[in-house]
Design a protein around this ligand. Structure first.
Ligand SMILES: O=C(O)CCC(=O)C(=O)O
Ligand SMILES: [Fe+2]
Length: 309
């Protein structure tokens, strides 16, 4: 019996095979069972890429705050005003538009495969940020699910949102590791105030690891008690039917689209005709960047219609 080639799962076969090729089967199992996983550095990216992206994040910290940033020293806010800011922490936003290294990152095969699996190929990039942390107080772990809840506070069982943190420094309990409540993706609701704090575990991971989680998983962070920085690149994806946090669809440049494969265009919604003006929708956007699987499905549908006519 050969899996990975079924006709009825055309859209999923590629993801299945990619997961196998990259040796991520255990990670998929962990995502399904516990709602999160940690991929070790050697399965994520090479050292040169890791150094390059980390240097870039440090450079952007400096550009936006006006302060010097180094891994071993605590940070500061300087001239940086973007919200939210809390004790010893800010977020750098809109990184995709800040440097080409982030275009490479969103297409990273390991990141792409895990998100593709969680979102059944329906993902778009919602935001690409860095949580920049140094020593600071926290009253709670700040547990939450990343998926936006329905009106009654419930969450869909499927992953409407999938998130992943590329750790640019070690994550340990004292370094302010991300906190996860294992299995909470199955509760299909946001936590109540203070709920789940005792069951949360620190996700300890060495620099270069990728922590990925289901959009329903309850998570937050432990306080950072040590000196120096905790850095990441947080790659937040949402279903194509949802609004994105950051504006890419009409803001990515043609140059960015031209220098990347069609997967990139689909990730940033450049194939999405929604949001039109007085000129109406431009359906050629979808065709231009369509995946090979989708093209095959459309061709089959067109054939069936022709035969029926
Ligand atoms: O690392 C953290 O502080 C938690 C971040 C978080 O909630 C997220 O990336 O969705
Ligand atoms: Fe979150």
């Amino acid at each position: 019996m050969e899996f990975g080639k079924f006709k009825s799962t055309d859209a999923l076969n590629k993801t299945f095979n990619r997961v196998k090729t990259l040796g991520l089967e255990t990670n998929i199992y962990e995502l399904d069972t516990y709602g999160f996983t940690v991929v070790p550095p050697d399965k994520v990216a090479d050292k040169a890429f890791f150094e390059r992206i980390r240097e870039t994040v440090l450079r952007i910290c400096k550009e936006r705050t006006g302060l010097d940033f180094s891994l071993d020293s605590n940070g500061g806010f300087g001239e940086y005003k973007a919200q939210p800011q809390s004790d010893g922490q800010f977020l750098l936003f809109y990184l995709l538009m800040a440097d080409r290294v982030f275009e490479e990152w969103v297409l990273n095969p390991t990141l792409y495969a895990l998100i593709d699996y969680l979102m059944r190929g329906q993902q778009q990039l919602s935001s690409l940020t860095s949580f920049v942390k140094w020593k600071g107080e926290r009253d709670t772990l700040g547990l939450h699910s990343d998926s936006p809840p329905d009106r009654d506070g419930h969450l869909p069982a499927c992953s409407d949102v999938a998130n992943a943190a590329y750790c640019l420094t070690d994550y340990t309990l004292d370094n302010g590791a991300i906190a996860m409540v294992p299995g909470s993706h199955l509760y299909c609701r946001q936590p109540g105030a203070g709920e789940g704090e005792k069951r949360a575990v620190p996700v300890e991971a060495e620099a270069g690891s990728l922590i990925a989680w289901h959009g329903n998983t309850w998570h937050g962070a432990f306080p950072k008690k040590t000196d120096g920085l905790r850095l990441n690149v947080t790659s937040y994806h949402c279903h194509r039917r949802l609004k994105t946090q950051e504006a890419y669809q009409w803001r990515v440049t043609q140059e960015m689209l031209d220098r990347n494969p069609p997967e990139f265009a689909r990730l940033v919604g450049a194939d999405d005709h929604m949001g039109w003006d007085e000129h109406g929708p431009d359906y050629t956007r979808g065709v231009k960047y369509m995946s090979e699987d989708a093209k095959k499905r459309f061709a089959r549908l067109a054939n069936r219609k022709k035969k029926a006519a």
